[in-house]
Design a binder for this molecule. Structure first.
Ligand code: BG6
Length: 282
């Protein structure tokens, strides 16, 4: 099957569909600059998109890979996870060849963004789809005259059949802040993480990749540039309270986020910063 890039309508959203080698596909929404779907060559959807997601921009789209910038969560005074999730991005470039399909979206500050965060910036997100992997590279350029700092994340919702059956490896020995337990700082002492209640953790300074395993499905997750990894699942009660998630939605995803939370990233005037998350079928 040939690779391709085309504009499609996705639930009323303007979106781009990438067809990669071996029939893999990815769908990227211009609203949010957000990957919404990644189907691997075995025909499996690997990302979770809530059946109750809102696509009109009044809320961030619940699922896929939201881009959180320039604030992670409630670390500052901005709306949760910053403002980019509900902004419209533009196509900067696209290219496909025999063994890949690649799309870059871009966005820059405007009057609305400067009212929330008074800095000049340009951001790019590149989606590179290959036979067995997808790479998301986020680039932030400081186009102003003074340095700025940001926190943020690629807030990846990995699809699970039953999150209780998932084992996540790779975080053993790391220090984490447990946001589901009074923000205590703890050290991970289990060889694998299992979800048996609400999980909301920031793991600091993670250099190793993670491996998500459930039955015969496994996925490698690797980040560069982003120092931290956030693991989130709302579990039963918090899911019921979320209007854009079905009551049993918590069961069908685990967020494994490439994040910068513990220490804000400084971008001096005129400079750029890059961070990446790679998802690989193993
Ligand atoms: C996670 C945070 O990254 O995102 C959680 O750690 C938060 O605390 C979750 O609840 C979802 O945030 P939102 O704004 O998409 O509902």
């Amino acid at each position: 099957m040939k690779t391709a890039i085309e504009t499609i309508d996705f639930n009323g959203l303007e979106a781009i569909r990438l067809t990669g080698p071996r029939g893999t596909t990815a769908v990227v929404s211009l609203l949010g600059g957000q990957l919404l779907s990644w189907v691997t060559h075995d025909g499996r959807e690997r990302l979770y998109l809530s059946p109750k997601a809102v696509f009109d921009g009044s809320l961030p789209i619940r699922g896929g890979v939201p881009v959180c910038f320039p604030q992670f969560g409630t670390e500052g005074d901005m709306p949760r996870h910053g403002f980019l999730r509900t902004c419209r991005w533009r196509v900067a470039s696209q290219r496909h060849a025999e063994d890949f399909a690649l799309l870059t979206l871009e966005i820059a500050d405007d009057e609305a963004s400067r009212a929330i965060w008074p800095h000049a910036f340009r951001a790019e997100i590149t989606f590179m789809l290959e036979a067995d992997r997808v790479d998301l590279e986020f680039c932030v350029e400081n186009t102003g005259g003074t340095s700025f700092a940001f926190t943020g994340a690629l807030h990846t919702y990995l699809r699970t059949t039953q999150v209780e059956d998932v084992a996540l490896e790779g975080l053993y020995g790391h220090q984490y802040r447990d946001d589901a337990a009074d923000h205590q700082t703890l050290r991970d002492s289990g060889t694998e993480l299992r979800v048996e209640s609400e999980v909301d953790r920031v793991y600091f300074d993670v250099k190793r990749p993670q491996l998500l395993q459930a039955g015969n499905l496994s996925l490698g997750i690797h980040s560069r540039g982003f120092p931290d990894v956030v693991i989130w699942n709302p579990w039963v009660d918090k899911a019921v309270a979320m209007k854009d998630l079905p009551d049993d939605g918590w069961r069908h995803f685990l967020c494994v986020e490439a994040a910068a939370v513990g220490q804000a990233i400084e971008v001096p005037a005129g400079e750029e910063w890059y961070g990446r998350q790679t998802l690989v079928v193993v």
